[in-house]
Design a protein around this ligand. Structure first.
Ligand code: NAD
Length: 642
């Protein structure tokens, strides 16, 4: 059983995107009608938005908030506040603006509504650090705690990546130290671990795309959780060091946290192995201190106090100052210990993780991912970085041997070697692994009101022969005659004229022309243009089921794994029309074989259609003995824009 004391610091939290629209309501909820709007110069655009939302509720403004809350600035703001007889405070900005708001609330008792624009977490703590005559003094009081916090993800989108990383690690530091705090309890443990996992997830995504709203939301949520931990439990060596360095050596707040955290963690690790294990698990790294260092380095964050401008000659006095008063910490804090931590942080050394294959692998993965950091396109960075992570995770999870990897390379080499102008084994591989259909499903989900697409398959050839309207693409090959009468329309149902429609299919034995060397030229493929009604008509023969080519590596893979090689019978279409997205799809013969187990996973219910049996006169009067089939269908194309 765990014995604990938990103190909550009640504040009302509104979280989401666009929540600044609720600021007026929240101000009035506190009974205020004349507020002082606080901000800082660089956040003029954010404060203009807040001013607009608050309208007549703003009685005065002060935009001079600066870091470390100097009392002179607070005095100036107090003058503005008193002159305008305000009854509440609204602050938009990072920890600095929140600090000013708290300093004013402490002096006046006025209620506060905070809209944070960084991940510092100060908005949910009853703590205030003020600087007087160059000395920062911290105090805690219920009067300091803001009443309401409005988290609006939209306001964090402008935070540059470098500040996003350092401010995110500032939040990480709160969560890490909460876990090994002497005051830790089950509530803060859960909040801290949730925050750590969110930060570990969000920061790499934001490095690839700083406008990723979901990742921004994750990070802001983490900032709230981590700030709540900071408010609830006492912090240890890390916060003490950062406080000393920030106050005494004028180092920037979040950057200092970012540099010091891995070293403070490495110092405490021997005394808190269980906590370090949980942090490592939450971050998905083999070792917590070196994992945090690697995360920061991979994101381009600062890793040394030297780079923050601290002189090496100041290290001794910093160590002395940090060791001057005792405070709770999992590992005993000694002057030598602090000196060791500061030296590591000043040089930016990577804390030594336990020697393990996992740690080496994690470092290798991050190194490869970081090698793409210079790629100019964010999407390229994301795709290649993620591919590397998945491939490395795949070989690690399956303990892939050298022989197995060489076999895989050989398989891919043979796949490439068999490719040629009429043979596309890589498409076949992608199809039989279901990847083509997975990409296709995602494509379809983006255009739900159009005809579903289907995989291109390996048998399309560029430049099929022009086929006149009503022509015959069968080249006289035997089979059940098929009359195709299809229309092409837009999503509103209007006909699409002059669309170029390429069609291709197998013969009645299941072979495409490119598989039949005895054929002189292209057969069972053609190119038609839609008429004014968006219509094409042509003769062909009923397609049949067929096995994909079995003489290459993909065929061997199917055989070796006991899979059948058959595709359900279908007719291919590729439709291009000006102003519309290209549609590549297939129409499957209803009642045909293998509809339920198509070997490329390409069948979609909406594409299974009747190739209706007919007898008697044909639409164009062509004489046909016995049964023939007809296919009627209307394709719907997506517009290009959007
Ligand atoms: P900050 O508020 O000084 O902001 C850092 C910089 O980022 C500033 O230049 C600011 O203008 C800019 N900025 C902020 N949000 C932005 C946005 N969305 N887009 C573009 N630019 C933006 O820094 P901080 O790290 O948030 O806060 C540091 C201060 O907060 C320190 O004084 C620290 O002591 C205090 N703090 C206090 C507590 C507490 O509980 N009392 C907790 C954490 C931090």
């Amino acid at each position: 059983m765990r014995t604990f004391v938990y103190t909550s610091h009640p504040s009302r939290v509104v979280f989401g995107a666009g929540t600044a629209g609720r600021l007026g309501e929240e101000v009035e909820r506190l009974g205020c009608s004349r507020v002082l709007l606080l901000s800082s110069g660089p956040l003029a655009a954010a404060s203009a938005k807040v001013r607009q939302e608050l309208g007549g509720l703003v009685a005065a403004e002060f935009d001079g908030a600066v870091m470390h809350t100097p009392v002179e600035v607070t005095e100036q703001a107090l003058g503005v506040l008193r002159e305008a007889s305000v009854d509440g405070i609204v602050a938009v900005g990072g920890g600095s603006t929140t600090g000013l708001s708290k300093a004013l609330a402490l002096r006046t008792g006025l209620p506060q509504v905070i809209l944070p624009t960084t991940y510092a977490g100060s908005e949910v703590t009853p703590v205030l650090g003020e600087t007087r005559d160059g000395r920062k003094v911290t105090q805690s009081s219920p009067a300091i705690l803001p009443e309401t916090v409005v988290y609006d993800v939209d306001f964090t989108l402008t935070l540059p990546l470098s500040l996003t990383v350092t401010s995110g690690v500032n939040a990480l530091a709160h969560a890490v130290e909460a876990l090994y705090s002497a005051d830790a309890d089950p509530v803060t443990d859960q909040q801290a671990l949730d925050a750590i996992a969110r930060i570990g997830r969000a920061l790499p995504r934001l490095a690839a795309d700083p406008a990723d709203l979901e990742a921004r939301a994750d990070l802001l949520h983490a900032a709230w959780l981590a700030g709540t931990c900071l408010a609830a439990v006492g912090m240890g060596l890390h916060h003490k060091l950062c406080h000393t360095l920030g106050g005494g050596f004028d180092l920037p707040h979040a950057e200092t946290h970012t540099v010091v955290l891995p070293h403070a963690m490495a110092y405490n690790a021997p005394a808190a192995p269980g906590v370090m294990r949980r942090i490592a698990d939450a971050l998905g790294v083999p070792d917590a201190p070196s994992g945090v260092h690697d995360l920061v380095a991979s994101l381009g964050g600062p890793t040394s106090l030297r780079d923050l401008g601290m002189a090496e000659s100041d290290l001794a006095s910093a160590a002395q100052a940090a060791a001057s008063t005792p405070y709770p910490n999992p590992r005993e804090v000694t002057a030598e210990g602090i000196a060791e931590v500061l030296a590591g942080a000043w040089h930016g050394c990577r804390p030594a993780g336990p020697p393990s294959t996992e740690a080496e692998l994690a470092r290798l993965t991050e190194q490869v991912v970081a090698s793409f950091a210079q790629a100019p396109e964010a999407r390229v960075r994301t795709l290649l970085g993620d591919l590397v992570r998945h491939l490395h995770a795949f070989v690690a999870a399956n303990d892939v041997t050298d022989a197995e990897w060489r076999h895989a390379i050989d398989f891919l080499t043979r796949t490439g070697e068999i490719c040629g102008p009429t043979r596309q084994e890589f498409v076949l591989l992608s199809d039989t692994l279901g990847v083509s259909s997975a990409v296709d499903l995602l494509t379809n989900s983006r255009t739900p009101h159009t005809t579903p697409s289907a995989v291109l398959g390996p048998f399309y050839t560029e430049g099929p022969p022009d086929t006149p309207r009503g022509g015959d693409i069968s080249g006289g090959l035997p089979g059940t005659p098929l009359w195709v009468d299809v229309r092409v329309a837009d999503t509103g149902g209007a006909p699409v004229a002059d669309a170029v429609v390429d069609v291709w299919q197998s013969d009645e034995d299941g072979f495409y022309d490119v598989q039949l060397p005895e054929l002189a030229g292209p057969v069972l493929r053609g190119r038609l243009r839609t008429d004014a009604e968006g219509r094409i008509r042509f003769w062909s023969i009923l397609p049949s089921e067929y096995p994909i080519p079995g003489d290459g590596p993909v065929g061997q893979m199917l055989k070796a794994t006991g899979r059948h090689p058959f595709r359900a019978p279908h007719l291919h279409f590729m439709i291009d029309a000006p102003g519309h997205r290209r549609l590549v799809t297939q129409l499957f013969v209803s009642g045909g074989a293998y509809l339920d187990s198509d070997t490329v996973f390409g069948v979609k219910d909406e594409l299974v259609v009747d190739f209706t049996p007919q007898s008697g006169p044909t639409p164009d009067g062509r004489p046909v003995d016995g049964e023939w089939r007809r296919l009627d269908y209307r394709f719907r194309l997506a517009p290009l824009a959007g």
